[in-house]
Design a protein around this ligand. Sequence first.
Ligand code: DND
Ligand code: ATP
Length: 247
Amino acid sequence: MLANPKRTKDEIVQWIRSYFESNGHGCDAVVGISGGKDSSVVAALCVEALGKERVVGVMMPNGEQPDLDDSKQLIEFLGIRYAYTDISKAVSAVSDQVALNMNVSDQTRINLPPRIRMATLYAISQSLPHGGRVANTCNRSEDYVGYSTKFGDSAGDFSPLANLMVHEVIQIGYELLLPINLISKTPSDGLCGKTDEDNLGFTYAHLDAYIMYGTSGIEEIDKKIASMHDHNLHKLNPMPAYGTTIF
Ligand SMILES: Nc1ncnc2c1ncn2[C@@H]1O[C@H](COP(=O)(O)OP(=O)(O)OC[C@H]2O[C@@H]([n+]3cccc(C(=O)O)c3)[C@H](O)[C@@H]2O)[C@@H](O)[C@H]1O
Ligand SMILES: Nc1ncnc2c1ncn2[C@@H]1O[C@H](COP(=O)(O)OP(=O)(O)OP(=O)(O)O)[C@@H](O)[C@H]1O
């Protein structure tokens, strides 16, 4: 629990400002807007840091998206510029070509859309007149167990929420006065139709308790979290490389 959400919010806003001063002077922040709390909070933080003129929200439905109105609501609420790109043709083009060679696995079906979204965000970012920097919207809880697609939604140029657990992101959302329906929405990856908590097999409350206190209070869940953490650390660590790298 953040002791002082306003202070943390102000610190992140300042951090985003400094990031852009040294890494993207004059360019725009590009945020994929799913209509969930993470992208809503990231977009709002960028607006506070850079001004609404320098934030571009990108809606990327994979065909029909039942909660598209939530993305539109956020974009309207913040008054930011936006782009709309239906990724379904790109997703099926890649998957159809793979299918000519082998069976397309469920793992591929789940992770291809976030990777196409990543490519889309960079395509938009690099086409902006003043250039852009792509926001990563992952939070600490998701990162802890690797609940993201490697080089998909785990990618980005800067990551404002990487050190905030889910319940802390919600606190920041309230601090930013974002619409309650977006902040309190049940998290889902929008990929397989299940909620995050169904997929994970534990709640974010369990996960955040484990991160804070070393236990969720349930031994079986603790083992699962520890195992996911170990198995997915490769998503956060730099890519192993042969030899000694000199930069
Ligand atoms: N030990 C290791 N060292 C280095 N690399 C390793 C590795 N093990 C796998 N890999 C590589 O990583 C790949 C697997 O990683 P990845 O492609 O990410 O796939 P994976 O971890 O299997 O799946 C991603 C999970 O994240 C969930 N997700 C995705 C996107 C957004 C959200 C959300 O709600 O925010 C959730 C999704 O539902 C799914 O459960 C393997 O194919 C392999 O290339
Ligand atoms: N349909 C979409 N349109 C635009 N961006 C998307 C879309 N789906 C996912 N994204 C981007 O990928 C990130 C991860 O999305 P995901 O749906 O997996 O949920 P999440 O981690 O719970 O995030 P959020 O709370 O923002 O929904 C989002 O924060 C957003 O930036």
